[in-house]
Design a binder for this molecule. Structure first.
Ligand code: HEC
Length: 250
């Protein structure tokens, strides 16, 4: 009996911690990549990359990505070379022992907007714009949280005391954040004619960030389904075998 009570207690305790850590009634968004057979919408990832490149990359690095990774989301080698060559990396030392600058190549990591953390903080009023490579995994309900955050810049309640250099955001803990509203309607133009409303830009950039944090999501899910099917079929055989073996005993 005591055992059952302990289990019940642990269960209730864990559940209440989980419930408390949920962000306050944040709206849930429909994503193509959630669910058992979720897949990525490649054109959304490409559009999201454009949003990252033209807006977020001004402040946020993505250190875990290489330009050649863009092949996964439908860019050709030539397009990737062209994209990379727009950035400059510091390489070296050369034969004379000196560091030198050169255009980035496909095998380089995404170039960071700042040379180091100090420069990043100095340029952002003391706050540090986190690396976005795996940000969707670093936050609870990452995709929903980031999507809501990007849409969460509204007027503060009248009696709200905003800190110096802070912006009101209804979905950030403490309801203020050091990042000014980065996106709004029409901030990025899409080549495929998709409407560039704030919601669409936020959805696409979030999809891109989910892909960057888990590029193998589709393979994982399809493997999961195969494994499940295997267990169902294997279970059926075991069941039939068991019935046959025990037939004479019954
Ligand atoms: C002008 C610089 C700047 C731009 C542009 C910018 N950010 Fe930020 N971002 C920041 C700073 C600074 C912080 C740290 C905020 C803080 O700690 O209060 C931040 C924090 C974040 C966080 C973490 C929030 C949290 O709750 O910890 C996310 C996610 C984020 N930014 C996403 C984006 C996305 C997506 C874009 C592009 C659409 C973008 N940012 C564009 C400066 C920027």
């Amino acid at each position: 009996m005591r055992f059952i009570f302990t289990i019940l207690f642990c269960f209730t305790f864990c559940f209440s911690i989980f419930a408390a850590s949920e962000t306050k009634n944040a709206p849930k968004h429909e994503w193509s990549f959630t669910g058992l057979n979720g897949t990525f919408d490649k054109s959304a990832i490409q559009r999201g990359y454009k949003v990252y490149r033209e807006v977020c990359a001004g402040c946020h690095s993505m250190n875990l990505l290489y330009y050649r990774d863009l092949i996964d989301i439908g860019f050709t080698n030539d397009e990737i070379k062209a994209i990379a060559s727009e950035y400059t990396v510091i390489d070296g030392p050369n034969d004379e022992g000196e560091m030198f600058e050169r255009p980035a190549k496909s095998f380089d990591r995404f170039v960071s907007p700042y040379l180091n953390e100090q420069e990043a903080r100095y340029s952002n009023n003391g706050s540090y714009p986190p690396d976005l490579s795996v940000i969707t995994k670093a936050k609870i309900n990452g995709p929903d949280y980031i999507y809501n955050l990007l849409l969460g810049y509204v007027d503060p309640p009248e009696d709200f005391e905003l800190g110096d250099g802070m912006y009101y955001n209804k979905w950030k803990e403490g309801e203020q954040i050091a990042m000014a509203q980065p996106l709004d309607e029409g901030y990025v133009d899409y080549d495929d004619g998709t409407e560039n409303s704030l919601e669409q830009l936020a959805e696409d950039v979030t999809t891109f960030l989910v892909w960057s944090a888990e590029p193998e999501l589709e393979e994982r899910k399809s493997l999961g389904i195969k494994v499940l099917l295997f267990f169902v079929v294997a279970g059926l055989f075991v069941f039939i075998a068991k019935n046959r073996l025990w037939k004479s005993v019954n």
